[in-house]
Write a protein of this length. Structure first.
Length: 405
């Protein structure tokens, strides 16, 4: 536990805030689909459309809200957005009109995206540069632990399958965001960035092409998330001999592995050169995981398929943790001073892009192409991981040139 928990001070407070609302988020993610269909009365198609619109809007809001954190102060911005997130969650308790539902989900997604940007800016401002990746790994372990516990609470509501149970989950999620806002109030404020002299660009990250390309490559590597949540469950049911509950087993195994090993894996990343090397290794590991996953599609019986899936899942989670550690160092280290909010908001678009593209990529490659699709997906992981090195070096030169006298 001493290795997993951040040291006392700002890192510990950030972890406490992360734990507070990740508990609520875990319950929300486990129950929201059934709440919107069973209680609100929306069709699955309309819910899917609303979620797609909302997450797309939230992704686009990350950069301007991150810029607001730079100029207004990340602690103040994070607390405000946490309160706004709680308000959106409470609105779901009474909203039954579809247009209002879409509007509220857009608000919720925007606040979530902006809150992530502001928190990253807080971390960058309150933690020394050589400690950021380690602390970010500890926060990721905290996040996964909270999500797992929250999902268990959501499971109770699913078992009860009643309107009061679902309403309690949404109310609890709102309360956890209010609690997170209170916890963040214990942090010192990071001094806001001064205004650009001579009317310089307000959103400089939009002009930073190497950083933009880095974000795109990072998005490809983040396809490991919809692989786990969408592609693999479909593959297990339609293409393997393993029982359907194996999808849940793999997800739990992934979460527990991140809680236990993310901090240890992140130790190998101590700067930009090690981040590039670790990311390249992650590409090879993810390629290997895809190759093993493909073996589970051969008709060898349920027991063998289960064993193969467990081995592949363990390989994948270590590739995922290596990628995460490298990405955090690159995202922080290649951002401009005083602009961490907008840069983190932009870099945070990577997972959102992966979530939006994931359904099409996973169904086309894994279900449509079968074994060959796994190899193509693994090749994409490897190509993106190996391409990050030259792009990162180009981005580093640009940062160095910008601070040179």
């Amino acid at each position: 536990m001493p290795r997993i928990l951040p040291q006392p001070g700002p890192p510990r407070v950030l972890a406490q805030a992360q734990l507070a609302n990740s508990l609520g988020d875990g319950a929300f993610y486990a129950t929201s689909a059934l709440f919107f269909t069973r209680i609100v009365g929306l069709s699955a198609t309309r819910v899917g459309l609303a979620l797609t619109i909302g997450w797309c809007v939230g992704m686009l809001a990350g950069v301007p809200l991150g810029h607001l954190a730079d100029r207004w102060g990340p602690r103040r911005t994070a607390r405000l957005l946490a309160v706004c997130t709680a308000s959106a969650l409470l609105a779901f308790l009474v909203v039954r009109s579809y247009p209002l539902f879409v509007l509220m989900f857009c608000l919720y997604a925007c606040c979530q995206g902006g809150l992530t940007s502001a928190r990253q800016a807080l971390l960058a401002g309150l933690v020394d540069a050589d400690e950021r990746t380690r602390v970010r790994a500890q926060l990721q372990s905290t996040l996964n632990g909270g999500l797992a516990l929250g999902a268990g609470l959501g499971g109770v509501a699913l078992a009860l399958d009643s309107e009061p149970a679902y309403l309690v989950v949404f109310a609890v999620d709102a309360v956890t965001f209010l609690l997170a806002a209170l916890v963040l109030g214990r942090l010192p404020e990071v001094p806001p960035a001064p205004a650009e002299p001579g009317g310089g660009p307000r959103l400089e990250v939009l002009r930073d092409r190497p950083y933009a390309l880095l974000t795109v490559l990072n998005a490809i590597l983040y396809l490991n998330m919809p692989l786990l949540s969408l592609g693999l469950p479909l593959w297990i049911v339609e293409r393997s001999d393993a029982p359907a509950p194996m999808a849940a087993v793999v997800l739990v195994l992934n979460m527990l592995s991140v809680v236990a090993f993310q901090v240890r894996v992140a130790r190998q990343v101590t700067g930009l050169p090690t981040a590039v090397r670790t990311t390249a290794r992650a590409g090879w590991v993810l390629l290997a995981a895809c190759g093993v996953y493909a073996l589970s599609g051969f008709s060898t019986g349920a027991a063998v398929a289960v064993g193969v899936l467990v081995v592949a899942a363990l390989i994948q989670v270590f590739g995922e943790m290596m990628h995460g550690a490298g990405a955090w160092e690159l995202g922080f280290g290649l951002a401009r001073d005083g602009k961490q909010g907008q840069y983190q908001g932009f870099f945070g678009m990577g997972p959102q892009i992966a979530r939006m593209l994931g359904p099409v990529v996973m169904t086309t490659l894994l279900i449509g192409w079968g074994t060959a699709g796994w190899l193509v997906l693994g090749g994409l992981f490897l190509l993106a991981a190996l391409s990050i090195g030259p792009v990162a070096r180009r981005a580093e030169r640009r940062v160095t040139d910008s601070v040179a006298p």
